[in-house]
Design a protein around this ligand. Structure first.
Ligand SMILES: O=C(O)c1cccc(C(=O)CC[C@H]2O[C@@H](n3cnc4c(=O)[nH]cnc43)[C@H](O)[C@@H]2O)c1
Length: 234
């Protein structure tokens, strides 16, 4: 296992394919997200889109299983997510420039300490900056609202303003939260495959109001993003 998650992963160039032969694995948490991605991809044969399950453990195991049996040039973790207020509005898209396991650590009398600070590993996976810029610009060019910034992976959906504020302070610039990114990214990093995370915002991060989640709006944005991905990655 490659235990340095911040070590350079290959960018989408060099020995990895870029162009018509590029193979892309897209992992979603649930089938509604997979179906939205598939609609956007319009049958593109160089993309495989699979359901990983909800949460980081399911995401990591599912991704690792696929990567053990097939070669890919890029792994994308995609789905709906919560947007931090003032950073990412409902219906917009977030492209992660960093994937952060935001609640992996320990509470101490001095406050939260992450795994890096505790000396047990890393809670961050970097995303190739050139790829982030290329994808974000293409999405904007298609008229979609896009933010780039850290996307947090959490085990518990944030349900209070206090937790939202704590996470935003813990990870400056945090744009979105979801539950799978770090698991998919860890599996991809272990195989040396570049990673991308795209979240379509269904709800604000903050006080729980499940009835107000705009899932269909987010799935439409995810479909639109996937159709742009098709253009930018081939
Ligand atoms: O009920 C539905 O129709 C439906 C359709 C697509 C997805 C869902 C989910 O509930 C997927 C769970 C998924 O959502 C992500 N998510 C969304 N908002 C947040 C959030 O504020 N904080 C953390 N995670 C969020 C998460 O990645 C879950 O996997 C339902």
């Amino acid at each position: 296992m490659n235990d340095d998650l911040n070590a350079e992963t290959p960018v989408v160039s060099g020995s990895r394919q870029r162009g018509p032969g590029m193979r892309v694995l897209v992992m979603t948490a649930v089938s509604a997200e997979r179906d939205a991605v598939l609609r956007g991809l319009r049958g593109a044969s160089n993309f495989d889109v699979l359901v990983a399950g909800v949460g980081t453990a399911a995401a990591a195991v599912s991704t690792a299983k696929v990567l053990a049996t097939a070669e890919y040039d890029l792994v994308v973790t995609a789905g709906i997510g919560g947007g931090f207020i003032g950073k990412a509005e409902v219906g917009s898209l977030v492209v992660a420039d960093e994937i952060v396991a935001a609640d992996l650590g320990a509470q101490t009398p001095e406050g939260f300490r992450n795994l890096d600070e505790l000396g047990f590993g890393s809670t961050r996976v970097r995303v190739d900056a050139g790829l982030v810029i290329r994808v974000a610009e293409a999405l904007r060019g298609a008229g979609l609202a896009v933010t780039t910034g850290p996307v947090l992976t959490v085990s518990t959906v944030t349900g209070t303003a206090a937790t939202a504020a704590e996470l935003a302070a813990r990870v400056p610039g945090a744009a979105a939260e979801a539950m799978e990114g770090f698991g998919v990214a860890t599996a991809a990093h272990d195989r040396g495959v570049p990673i991308l995370e795209i979240r379509a915002i269904s709800n604000p991060v903050g006080p729980r109001d499940r009835a107000a989640w705009r899932i269909n709006e987010a799935l439409d944005a995810l479909e639109a993003a996937s159709s742009v991905l098709l253009e930018v990655l081939i």
